[in-house]
Design a protein around this ligand. Structure first.
Ligand code: PLP
Length: 439
């Protein structure tokens, strides 16, 4: 009997043996094309020698030195590199061990910032209904995914949730994209007015929504207007790039494509590429400076923050992403994969939408394409796709069938940036096997 506490108590999982390039292998030797990097983690694929070499080198010099006593060369280098590459204005990096920690740090930093500058009334967060920001309590409260939140509702702080920019379902028939955008902005403005702008601390969003919607970018101009509203009311803009950042959508930071810079940004997943657990919260100079000039101490921290081995992995991953320009492959390969998906599924009666940006793509599966009627969640379409695709040798990330019945099932694709054209074809073939098994 296994003593591991698994995600699913009754799942019987193969034991992974090794990874190489775009594939994982189990102990029987079966190969699985990693079409989603687990959940958009493995941007470089597996066993990248430059990254494993950097990790080994760091382990041989020093594995751990508590950040209450020391800084380290890899942490300093990673922070410098991130700031060099980040949108203008971001200037300090807080290194943590993953996405939830990065978001938790972002929320607490926003709160402490307003205390330090003498605006203690600012504590309210506005986020979006279909969003995921992590599983720790603050991040979970901020996310809008009803299914994930439900069991823990009594433990969650109060957060306002407005509509996501989700044109496939939100844009009314006959409504222009600009009018839809106006409507979303008006909804946010109304919520700010209801709360009182002086009480609002932050607006939180994923530039391209990942786990809860399946690679949904906002409509044109949405984030520029959000930025303007935040500036007008003195509200901090926190962008969660845990899943969509680090080149996944074709630019190192997803918000570059929106023409906005946040006040605080969270990254993780692709930052370590799966080679080490690492996340980072980046913040604007004025936020850090307010704390430095005030209490001088951010009242937050984790034992493994700034871990030298994780930071060394982050530097090596950035070298591959930017130095070797793997990010440069994302848009052309993403366009190619999308075109293959459109050719294969564009007219499929149960594929309602094919969307995304770069190598962050999603398919929404529906019972009826014309009316966009979702499948009955009891059918567990996404679980069947996942199982059948896995049996066929593909790792993809189907989600959805939310308890509120508002979400259609979707499949998220986030393959490594080293994906070849042949592997893209293999991905589409195996995905078809998975989808056909479910429908
Ligand atoms: N934010 C987003 C957008 C995510 O997709 C995730 C994880 O899927 C998280 C935060 C939480 O990250 P982690 O699982 O590393 O804690």
């Amino acid at each position: 009997m296994s003593h591991v506490f698994p995600r699913h108590c009754h799942a019987s999982l193969p034991t992974v043996s090794h990874g190489a390039g775009a594939y994982l292998y189990d102990q029987s030797g079966k190969a699985y094309l990693d079409g989603s990097g687990g959940a958009a983690v493995s941007c470089l694929g597996h066993a990248d020698p430059a990254v494993t070499g950097a990790i080994k080198g760091q382990l041989e010099s020093v594995a751990f030195a508590h950040t209450g006593f020391f800084t380290s060369e890899p942490a300093e280098e990673l922070a410098d590199r991130l700031i060099e590459l980040a949108p203008q204005g971001l200037n300090r990096v807080y290194l943590v061990s993953g996405g939830s920690e990065a978001m938790e740090a972002a929320l607490k930093l926003a709160r402490q910032y307003f205390l330090e500058i003498g605006q203690p009334e600012r504590s309210r967060i506005i986020a979006r209904r279909q969003s995921y920001h992590g599983n720790t309590l603050g991040a979970l409260a901020t996310g809008g995914n009803a299914w994930r939140r439900a069991p823990f509702a009594p433990l969650l702080m109060e957060v306002s949730h407005v509509s996501a920019a989700y044109a496939y379902r939100g844009q009314a028939p006959g409504e222009s994209e600009a009018a839809y955008c106006d409507r979303l902005i008006a909804e946010l403005e109304a919520e700010i007015a209801r709360l009182g702008p002086e009480n609002v601390m932050a607006f939180v969003a994923e530039p391209v929504v990942g786990a809860t919607l399946g690679a949904v970018p906002a409509v044109e101009g949405y984030f520029r207007r959000i930025r303007e509203i935040c500036d007008r009311h003195g509200i901090l803009l926190i962008l969660d790039e845990v899943m969509c950042g680090m080149g996944r959508t074709g630019t190192l930071f997803a918000c570059e494509a929106e023409g906005v810079a946040p006040d605080i940004c969270a990254v993780a997943k692709g930052l370590g590429g799966g080679y080490q657990p690492i996340g980072a919260m980046l913040c604007a100079a004025r936020i850090y400076d307010a704390i430095a000039a005030g209490s001088g101490f951010f009242q937050h921290g984790h034992t493994y923050m700034g871990h030298p081995v994780a930071a060394a992995a982050g530097v090596a991953v950035l070298d591959r992403l930017v130095g070797d320009d793997l990010v440069g492959r994302v848009t052309p390969m993403g366009d190619l994969l999308r075109q293959m998906l459109v050719e294969r599924f564009g007219q499929h009666p149960h594929v309602g939408d094919i969307r995304g940006r770069g190598l962050f793509l999603g398919l929404e599966l529906v019972a009826d394409r014309e009316s966009k009627t979702p499948f009955d969640p009891a059918r567990k379409v996404n679980a069947t796709v996942k199982k059948a695709a896995f049996e066929a040798g593909l790792i993809c990330y189907p989600m959805g069938g939310c308890v509120d019945g508002k979400l259609g099932d979707h499949v998220l694709l986030a393959p490594p940036f080293i994906l070849t054209e042949d592997q893209a074809e293999e991905l589409v073939d195996k995905l078809e096997t998975g989808i056909e098994a479910a429908l």
